[in-house]
Design a protein around this ligand. Structure first.
Ligand code: GDP
Length: 469
């Protein structure tokens, strides 16, 4: 074992011990990780979850709520002083204003503590009073989990894989041109280095917009305050000579710095402390973008899930004192589909995850797949079209505010009908297209005690928090 790993383990051990003490003797804490690729719906999910835990009228599927055991829920200062606070109040105000709009999405890690006063269940209910339980919600970009794979790869291997993946994706031509103009074996020139890094970021952003999700280094897309720093100023290079002082040698060094200064601290400080995890997936978005985007999503999901199987990565194994107990894979934005198609969406999620689940279990974690909408922005209606009754969803379009009814296409009963062509590299779906609409959030008039409307958010909460409430 390398020294770094030993030090990591010691550090964690001490911290875990203090956590354990405070959890045993004082108030229990659940750390809930919320992740997913950019625009998967993390911000909307957390906002609606917290609002619906504070006002529980729409949470019948959460046993502690329906049994009336949750006496109160209130926001408290979070335990970690250096992590930005999840801006619940602004996000909630955006969704509940008279002219509601979607909040700004996740750009970095953030945290929120919701404390719950809960009466125990069953026999001991009469013996002890309500206790306080803290729910620490940690929001972080799923792109960062993909960086885990980099820890096992050196610069040459990562470069080779990243360039191969990029070759036939949109937006790669600019990077190819930047590469052609550079000589990696020549002396480092910061202007050239910057041009390459920018071209690679541009390619990653283009690939992501085209529906591809496997885009590393993850921090290039959401650089935050690190923008322009040397640790983000590198890019993959074709194999070749890398003499001392050359661009190639420096890029390889920066790649290593990226791993040790950015990737590892994230896993150590945030990821390794999570108890329960939800991974949000915009499966409908990928299906709409086409077979290649779906294949890529499947591949990316497998990459993300590697992080939850500590045995598969040496660094992670050395870190994980405790295990993630439950992982929920949720297809988001189910309100874009009539409920008659929700089972098909769930089946697609299950199929996307089966491969990863089959390869190794998640170190004993309980897993489930679901189709949810954190906020329901549509209503449903049925229409007769060509003698067939069609389930539609109606909402206000985000682009122009018009009301529209929409049928996105029929999802197949058998997910393989989509997954097989995706894996075979098909360019387009055989049986027509799947449409996508962006709906604006609907204006809400909430009754006292009610949170925003949703689909199966209560079932998701029951899976994630159940057993601990
Ligand atoms: P993040 O990048 O993962 O934080 O994603 P956001 O939470 O910002 O969500 C991205 C976008 O997806 C939002 O701006 C909405 O347009 C859409 N969205 C997210 N959740 C829902 C949902 O439950 N229903 C609907 N209709 N749209 C959603």
């Amino acid at each position: 074992m390398v020294i770094g790993a030993i030090a990591d383990r010691l550090g964690r051990g001490i911290e875990d011990a203090t956590h354990l003490v405070s959890e045993t003797f004082f108030e229990p804490v659940i750390r809930l990780g919320v992740t997913g690729l950019s625009r998967a719906g993390k911000t909307v999910f957390i906002t609606s979850l917290v609002a619906n835990l504070m006002d529980r009228g729409r949470m019948p599927g959460l046993e502690a709520a329906s049994a009336g055991r949750i006496e109160a829920a209130f926001l408290r200062p979070q335990p970690d002083d250096t992590i930005p606070r999840f801006d619940f109040e602004s996000h909630r105000a955006a969704l509940l204003s008279p002219e509601p709009h979607w909040p700004e999405g996740t750009r970095q890690v953030s945290e929120l503590r919701l404390s719950l006063r809960v009466r125990p269940r069953g026999l001991i209910a009469g013996l002890s009073g309500a206790r306080t339980l803290h729910l620490d919600i940690v929001d972080y970009p799923g792109e960062w989990l993909l960086d885990l794979a980099l820890l096992e790869q050196d610069f040459t291997t990562w470069s080779r894989q990243a360039l191969t993946r990029a070759e036939d994706r949109p937006g790669f031509s600019d990077y190819r041109a930047a590469l052609a103009a550079a000589d990696p074996a020549a002396k480092l020139d910061e202007t050239r280095a910057n041009a390459l890094a920018q071209a690679w970021s541009g390619y990653l952003a283009g690939a992501r917009d085209a529906g591809f999700s496997d885009c590393t280094p993850g921090r290039f897309l959401l650089p935050g305050e690190l923008e322009g720093s040397p640790v983000l100023t590198f890019a993959p290079l074709p194999e070749g000579a890398s003499p001392r002082g050359s661009l190639a040698r420096e890029f390889a060094r920066r790649y290593e710095a990226y791993k040790s200064r950015i990737v590892k601290p994230f896993f150590r400080d945030h990821f390794a402390r999570i108890d329960r995890q939800i991974v949000l997936v915009d499966a409908l978005g990928a299906i709409h973008a086409g077979p290649r985007a779906l294949a890529d999503l499947r591949h990316t999901m497998a990459g993300i899930l590697t992080a939850f199987r500590p045995g598969t990565n040496n660094f992670l194994t050395s870190l994980m004192g405790k295990r993630v107990e439950r992982i929920l894979f949720a297809a988001t934005k189910a309100d874009h589909l009539h409920h008659s198609q929700h089972p098909q969406l769930t089946a697609i999620m299950e199929a996307l995850l089966r491969e990863a689940r089959d390869r190794a279990d998640f170190a004993g974690a309980k897993t489930a797949a679901m189709a949810i909408a954190a906020i329901r922005a549509t209503t449903e209606e049925t229409r007769e079209v060509d003698g067939r009754s069609l389930g539609l969803v109606r909402g206000r379009l985000l682009d122009d505010g018009r009301a529209a009814a929409f049928h996105p296409g029929d999802l197949p009963d058998d997910p393989q009908v989509l997954i097989s062509p995706a894996e075979a590299g098909a360019e387009a779906w055989l049986d027509g297209d799947f449409g996508a609409m962006r709906f604006a959030p609907a204006p809400l008039a909430l009754r006292p005690g009610e949170g925003p409307p949703h689909i199966r958010l209560d079932a998701a909460a029951e899976f994630l928090l159940g057993g601990r409430l």
